[in-house]
Each structure stands twice: as structure tokens, then as C-alpha cells.
Design a protein around this ligand. Structure first.
Ligand code: SF4
Length: 401
């Protein structure tokens, strides 16, 4: 029996696809490429955070429908909008992730041992969110916060180390809600596993503590990288988004991090075109971001999600204006990335090799800079380099020693 799986969206989805993959393989299935015919089972693990993700989900469903095989759709779109999916074809089964084990008839492992096509493995530590930001459909798909048991996390990280992984990324829906706090979890991971690098994925700014900042700055095995979604620099928009902080809080947070380290990478998510966002409010966001000493931005146009309060808010912003605002912020992000990389020129750093070819390699630093350098190295090696040159979106490095 053969299966094929494709995954859209966030790191949590990618983690769950890996669980599905390992369960099916242990149950006697072989995996094949999703784009090819011939599999007995096609699985689409969907995302629904924007209308674009929904469209991409549907494109992949149509692709699978062209093959006369069993099709299972799981993930967030299947959890929130199953009727729309079934409307596409009666041949599609929509199965929430937590029912997949019984539908597939294979036991799901408690932890993963590999991470297909990735040189860094994601480790899911938490599910769900109860903040109810007014634009976000995720709590409807993922439920209320639940933390994964510590022993499962430790066991998984140790197994991933044994499989050759040298960096893991802690992921979840709102990881700052982890029971007992991320710093306590981090200390256990550092004490009880040999994993040389632990990265924290996106963490909501109101859940970031001074203790965690200090660990990210001072503990060499924790990556010097914090991704803190801001969403908007306008207090009025933040309030209508249901975000429990103001722009000044975010500014102070970035200053606190920056005053502890010049080298830590700070990233942010920004949403443009939230209903009612005026040019003046967009400028507030732009000028806050111009001032902040951060390394990059991920920019998302607002996408009305049926079932969320913001989908029916008045003042939906014209698509051309949204596009223009997104493009201005993406250009700002390029400038930020360039100047962050420039600030590192001449400094030594360790690169975790993610791609190797002949006499050159590519990898990622603790502070989230992609580096290309000359020299022989294998994937997962950790190589000392010095930053030499800032290129478009990445750095060139010289291998040391
Ligand atoms: S904090 Fe807000 S944006 Fe993040 S998952 Fe919860 S509701 Fe969604």
C-alpha cells in the first residue's frame, strides 16, 4: 500500500504530518510523492488562516481528485469548514486530526523520530489558544490551550538527536501558554537532552518574560532568536484586534531585548488592511517599525475568515491599498534584514549546515541568518565562520579553522 501526503501552513501542521507519516510507515505503507498518481491514499493537511490558504488547499484537493484513490483531508480547514470541502466532491473524506488514528486504523506514535525533508526538526509542545484575536480562526480549529507532557517532549528530542538532528524548533499554537512556562521547560530540555540547539518559534509578546529573554541571550544552546508578532503599531487597531497590549509595550519589549544583546535576531508579524485601518494608522505601524531595531518582518494582508468577528467589521480596506501597504512593509523588511546582517560583519558565529554541495555549504546561525561559505561540510555539521559580506537576504561567511 502506498500513501502520499502534502502539508500547508504552520509548523504545527508540519509536525502533525510527520506523526501521520511515521504512523502509516509503521503500519506497512510506503510513501510516495504527492504529485504522482499511483498511491492508494492521498492526505492533504490543510491550513485556513487566509483565503489564499483555502484556495491552495482546494488546488491540492483537485489534484488528488484526478487520481482515483482514497482522499482524506485533515488539518484546520477540515476542522472549521468541512462542509465546503465536501461540497467539492463526495469522494473527499474530511477527518479532524484527533480522529485520524481510528479512521486510518494505524496506531499513532507518541513522538516522532525524523522530519521529512527538513534539516531542523519541529517539536510540538502545546495546542490551542484562548485569546480570541478578532481576526483569527485558529482557536476554532485548535481549541483551548493544552500542554504536552514534559516526558514526551524530552523523549522526542532525545530520539531526534539520535536520528542526527542538531537543532529543534519548539512549536505550538500559543507556546507562551505552556504550563509552568517556557523557561522551566527549556531548563529541563537543556539538563536532560544533548540537543545542541533549541529554537523557540513565534511567541506572543505578552507571554515573553524577562527570564526567557535572559535565557535566549545568555544560554549558548538556546538560539538568539525571538519572533514576536506585533500585528499593528496603532493602539486603536490593536484594541479592535483583541491584542492585549499597546504599541508602547512592544517598543519597550524590543528595547529590553536589544539592551541585553546586539546580536539577537528579533522578528515580527504584521497584518495590513485590518478593517478600518486608515492611512494614518498604517503610518503609525510603519514608523514604529522603522524605529525598532529588529531583523525582519513577515507581512500578511488581512483576510476575512468566516466565523471571526473581524470578518463582519465595517471599513474593509480596498485590496489595492492593502497590496500597496504590504509592499511598503516588505521593502522595509528587506532594509531591516540587510542592516541586521551588516551589523554582524566581522563577528564569528556557528553555522548549522542545512545544504552541502562539493566545496561549499549553506546553513543557519543561532541568530537566524542564512550563511553561504566555501569549504567541505556535511548536513547537520556545526561549522565556525566569520560573517564577511551581506548579500540579498543572506550572508557570505569565511570558514574558520
Ligand atoms: S494569540 Fe491570537 S493570533 Fe495567536 S492563535 Fe491565539 S487568537 Fe490566533
Amino acid at each position: 500500500m502506498k500513501f502520499a501526503i502534502t502539508t500547508l501552513g504552520c509548523k504545527v501542521n508540519q509536525y502533525e504530518s510527520q506523526l501521520i507519516r511515521e504512523a502509516l510507515k509503521a503500519g506497512g505503507y510506503d510513501e510516495q510523492d504527492f504529485s504522482l498518481p499511483g498511491a492508494d491514499l492521498y492526505i492533504i493537511n490543510t491550513c485556513t488562516v487566509t483565503h489564499r490558504s483555502d484556495a491552495e488547499d482546494r488546488r491540492l484537493m483537485r489534484k488528488a481528485l484526478a487520481f482515483s484513490s482514497r482522499i482524506i483531508v485533515t488539518g484546520c480547514q477540515a476542522a472549521v469548514y468541512p462542509g465546503e470541502i465536501r461540497g467539492l466532491s463526495e469522494r473527499i473524506e474530511t477527518v479532524p486530526f484527533d480522529q485520524l488514528e481510528s479512521v486510518l486504523g494505524v496506531p499513532f506514535p507518541k513522538s516522532i523520530t525524523d522530519f521529512a525533508d527538513h534539516s531542523r526538526a519541529f517539536v510540538n509542545i502545546q495546542q490551542g489558544c484562548d485569546n480570541r484575536c478578532t481576526f483569527c480562526i485558529v482557536p476554532s480549529a485548535r481549541g483551548t490551550p493544552r500542554s504536552r507532557p514534559l516526558e514526551e517532549i524530552i523523549h522526542e528530542i532525545s530520539r531526534l538527536f539520535d536520528s542526527g538532528f542538531r537543532e529543534i524548533v519548539l512549536t505550538g499554537i500559543n507556546i507562551g501558554l505552556y504550563d509552568g512556562g517556557i523557561p522551566a521547560l527549556m531548563r529541563k530540555i537543556l539538563e536532560r537532552t544533548p540537543m545542541p540547539r533549541v529554537r523557540i518559534s513565534s511567541i506572543e509578546p505578552w507571554t515573553l518574560t524577562s527570564e526567557l529573554i535572559s535565557m535566549a541571550v545568555n544560554e549558548p544552546r538556546i538560539c538568539r532568536h525571538l519572533h514576536l508578532p506585533l500585528q499593528s503599531g496603532s493602539d486603536e487597531i490593536l484594541s479592535r484586534m483583541g491584542r492585549p497590549y499597546q504599541a508602547g509595550y512592544y517598543r519597550d519589549l524590543v528595547s529590553e531585548i536589544r539592551s541585553s544583546s546586539r546580536d539577537i535576531a528579533i522578528g515580527s508579524d504584521i497584518m495590513v488592511g485590518f478593517p478600518g485601518e486608515s492611512e494614518e494608522q498604517f503610518r503609525e505601524t510603519f514608523s514604529l517599525l522603522e524605529d525598532l531595531d529588529i531583523a525582519y518582518l513577515h507581512v500578511f494582508p488581512f483576510s476575512p475568515r468566516p466565523g471571526t468577528p473581524a470578518a463582519s467589521y465595517p471599513g474593509q480596506v480596498d485590496a489595492r491599498i492593502v497590496k500597496d501597504r504590504a509592499s511598503r512593509l516588505r521593502n522595509l523588511s528587506k532594509d531591516k534584514r540587510r542592516s541586521f546582517i551588516r551589523s554582524q560583519i566581522g563577528k564569528p558565529e556557528e553555522v548549522l549546515v542545512t545544504h552541502s554541495s562539493g566545496n561549499s555549504f549553506k546553513g543557519i546561525t543561532s541568530n537566524y541568518i542564512t550563511v553561504e561559505a566555501q569549504g567541505k561540510a556535511e548536513v547537520n555539521d556545526r561549522v565556525k565562520i566569520v560573517f564577511e559580506e551581506s548579500c540579498e537576504g543572506y550572508a557570505r561567511g569565511r570558514t574558520l579553522g
